[in-house]
Ligand binder design. Structure first.
Ligand code: 5GP
Length: 239
């Protein structure tokens, strides 16, 4: 009973404070989320030979499915398709635009509340631009963090990213006993697309943001653990 009362108070507090902090549902932060295809396909039904971080999404910190009647139309991003297929592939169905449609409906329609992202073309081209501008692949490689059978520490990965970008990222892993597999890295930008810290105090999260658990629905992933070795899986060699 006490638990239910606490949950009601917390939820009411969250929705009220969010409503006041963002009266028009405006977001304050965008989360550029990239995932490691080998890890994704180790938990989902797919195979991939991609050996670079690909886009999972560009997520505003507030709002989900802000306008479900604003339908995704692939013909509006026709000119972006070669880049989309390369950098934002649907790892489950490589020839289908369904993943882009899903991301647009869930996150893009909320991002589009900002004038700078108020069309499908603006949203997807900004995601592609940010993905290349804040390139994870070269940062990790330049810090000798490469996919291999060696294990890394989370500190090494964090130091590489924070050392280069100068902000805190959110690094997520798939956990399996004594090791954890590097799965997803989030970098955050403000409304001017300048890097800012992703990680915040719990107070700030409750007053401004959607709780992280609601934003990231890929259930196999959670924040990596400092005390567990990190596996960064290579592309399996073809026999
Ligand atoms: P979110 O809802 O957080 O934007 O995305 C999470 C969902 O996207 C999860 O259900 C996850 O399985 C799915 N997802 C992540 N990567 C891919 C992909 O490459 N293709 C497809 N079809 N779904 C994906």
């Amino acid at each position: 009973m006490r638990f239910i009362a606490l949950a009601v108070i917390l939820c009411a507090g969250y929705f009220c404070s969010t409503a006041f902090a963002h009266p028009r549902g405006d977001w304050t932060k965008l989360i550029i989320t990239r995932h490691w295809p080998q890890t994704f396909c180790s938990v989902e039904q797919c195979t991939t030979n991609l050996s670079y971080w690909t886009l999972h999404g560009l997520w505003p910190n507030t709002g989900m499915r802000c306008n479900t009647s604003w339908h995704f139309n692939v013909s509006l991003i026709e000119d972006l398709i070669p880049e989309m297929e390369k950098y934002w592939p649907d790892l489950l169905a490589p020839t289908s635009p369904k993943f882009w449609q899903y991301e647009w409906t869930k996150h893009g329609t909320c991002a589009a509340k900002a004038d700078s992202l108020n069309s499908q073309h603006k949203y997807f081209s900004k995601a592609l631009e940010l993905n290349l501008k804040y390139d994870l692949n070269s940062v990790l490689k330049n810090n000798n963090i490469v996919p291999s059978e060696e294990y890394y520490t989370l500190d090494q990965v964090e130091t590489a990213i924070t050392g280069f970008f100068g902000v805190k990222s959110k690094i997520q892993c798939v956990h399996s006993g004594k090791v954890q597999t590097l799965g997803q890295i989030e970098l955050c930008v403000d409304r001017d697309f300048q890097l800012i810290d992703c990680e915040k105090s719990s107070k700030e999260i409750w007053s401004n943001d959607i709780p992280a658990v609601l934003v990231s629905s890929q259930s196999d992933l959670s924040v990596c653990d400092h005390s567990v070795p990190v596996y960064y899986p290579p592309v399996p060699s073809r026999s």
